[in-house]
Design a binder for this molecule. Sequence first.
Ligand code: URA
Length: 242
Amino acid sequence: MRLDRFLCETGFGTRSQVKAFLKKGLVTVNGETAKKPEQKIKETEDAVFCNGKRAVYAVFVYLMLHKPAGVVSATEDRRERTVLDLLDTEDRRKVFPVGRLDKDTEGLLLLTDDGELAHRLLSPKKHVDKVYFAEVEGQITEAHADRFQEGLDIGEKELTLPAELEILKSGAVSEVRVTIREGKFHQVKRMFEAVGCRVVYLKRLSMGTLTLDEKLAAGAYRNLTEEEITKLKQLTGLLPVR
Ligand code: URA
């Protein structure tokens, strides 16, 4: 693989950022300073350091996307633009979105080809926290927060699991932060419907240990850092917690 691509894929930045590191002589391959972006390296054999940090090649790809409204969380769709259409061709590989956000929902979406991690993050048994920011028509009060805590009937066999509702602003359109531990279809919108309110804007802020990078504009994405990958694996029991 080319050295510049390798550094991008291991989380050291965009192509142009990586090229700047190379130019400044901050990259070494097996102890030798490397300046050529096109230098070929063996991903799992060569010792590559950038800015003094080892670049570790993940067999899998992990991407954090700031999903904009207007695209669907699917790998293909006959009519709609999908989240994969937002990726550079070389990043598409075999990645798929971990769970779905509605077409009009924005925010954090993890894309990966690591099926085991995806499965564990989505498993209803794992109860991974998902935090959303929402704007809701109508005045939201502590009484609503209590009902979210008690569990709501959204037309499923069972009530929803207890969810936290933090009121950021209460008014004609209220602003709230909601934490849920399930991922039922349209869950947040249906929970508000169950208390007689309508969500007019929804954005996912985090999923488990992974938080949306505020520096990512809507539609932009980046590789996860080693630390982010490790934390997700620890959360889901794929790696031991030290
Ligand atoms: N809940 C919803 O209602 N929509 C989403 O996109 C995610 C959670």
